[in-house]
Ligand binder design. Sequence first.
Ligand SMILES: Cc1cc2nc3c(=O)[nH]c(=O)nc-3n(C[C@H](O)[C@H](O)[C@H](O)COP(=O)(O)OP(=O)(O)OC[C@H]3O[C@@H](n4cnc5c(N)ncnc54)[C@H](O)[C@@H]3O)c2cc1C
Length: 349
Amino acid sequence: MTPQKFHDAICHEPGSITTNAGDPYSVYTYFWKKWRDREKDDSRAVPAFAEATDDEPIPTLAELGFEEPSADVPPASTEAARELLEEFLTDDVFRYDERRDYPAEGCTSRLSPHLKFGTIGIREVDERVRAVRDSVAGEKRESVTEFRSQLAWREFYTHVLYFNPEVVRENYKSYENAIEWDDDEDLLEAWKRGETGYPIVDAGMRQLQEEAYMHNRVRMIVASFLTKDLLCDWRHGYDHFREQLVDHDTANDNGGWQWAASTGTDAQPYFRIFNPMTQGERYDPDAEYIREYVPELRDTDSEIVHSWHECSPTQRANAAPDYPEPIVDHSERREQALSMFERARGEDE
Ligand SMILES: Cc1cc2nc3c(=O)[nH]c(=O)nc-3n(C[C@H](O)[C@H](O)[C@H](O)COP(=O)(O)OP(=O)(O)OC[C@H]3O[C@@H](n4cnc5c(N)ncnc54)[C@H](O)[C@@H]3O)c2cc1C
C-alpha cells in the first residue's frame, strides 16, 4: 500500500482557527467556541506499530543508554487506549464536570500519554465523545461538553506554541521588569522529593515519582506552590515535569506552568495565590488522595492533615513523627510573592 501522510496530532492545524482578523488566539474562550463548532475530519486508521521479532527484538532501555524508570507507567497500545476511552465514556464522563477536580475520585480519562504519543488519534477520541454527547441530554450532555473543552485546551496550547516558539524558555506575558525569582536550591529539591510539609503538594509530587503522572488539579497546586510559595522560576518546575511525566507535552506542560506562574495566556492573575492547605481541604476533604501517596500520614486524622501548618511541634510529633514540618510559612511567602510581582510590574515605589 502507498504510504500516506496525514496531520493527525490535533483536529485543527495551527492557522486554521484564528480571530476574524486572521490572528492566532491568545484567549482560550473564543478559540474554544470556534473549535467546538468547526466540522471535524473523519478519523484515520491508527498505523500498525512495528512488532519485535526474535531476530530483531526491541532494544532495552539500558542498551539505548537510559536508566530504567522507577515509575509504574500504564501499558502503551492502541488497544489499551481504546479500553480506557470506552470505560471513561460509560460512566466517568457524566461526572466529569462536577468531580474532575477531586483527585481521589479518579474520574478523568487518563488518556494524556496516548494523546501525546498517538497510540490513539484525537479525531477518533472526539468522534466517540460526540457520539456519546448526542445520546444524552441535560447535565450529562454538559459534562461531556466540558470534557471536549479540555481536548480543545490541548489544541489551543499547541497553536500558542506554534506561533510563539520562544515560550519554551521565555515568559509569554512580559512584565516591565524581570521577575526576581528567589530560586533557593534546597527548597526546590524538597519540592521535587515531595517533602515540603504541605500534604497535598507532597502527595502530588510523590504521585509523580510513582506513576510519572499527576492529577490536573494537583499539578495546578504544586505549580502554584513552587512559583508563589517557594518563589522558584517556573522553568525549574517545567524542566522537572519534562523529565518525569509520561504524558509530557511541550505545549501543554508549558501552558500549564506559565498559567500557574502568572506569565502565560489566560494566566492566573499574579495576586490570586492558591493557599495549599485550603486547596487540600476543598479538593481532598477526607485526605484520601494524600494518604494514598504520603505513607507518613496514613494514620493521621484528616483534620490534622489539613491543619498541619498550624499544629504545634508536639502535636506534629504525636500525630505523624516522620512527616516534615512546613518548609515555608505560606502567609509570609504570599506577601513576598506579591512584592516580587509588584516589583516586576514596576509598582514598588
Ligand atoms: C503545571 C501543569 C503541567 C501540565 N503538563 C502537561 C503535560 O505535560 N502534558 C499534558 O498532556 N497535559 C499537561 N497538563 C494538563 C493536564 O494536567 C493533563 O492533560 C491531565 O491531567 C491529563 O490527565 P487526563 O488524561 O486524565 O485528563 P482529562 O481531564 O481526562 O482530559 C482529557 C485530555 O485533555 C487534555 N487536557 C486536559 N486538561 C488540559 C489542560 N489544562 N491543558 C492542556 N490539555 C489538557 C489532555 O490531552 C488530556 O488527556 C499540565 C497542567 C499543569 C497545570
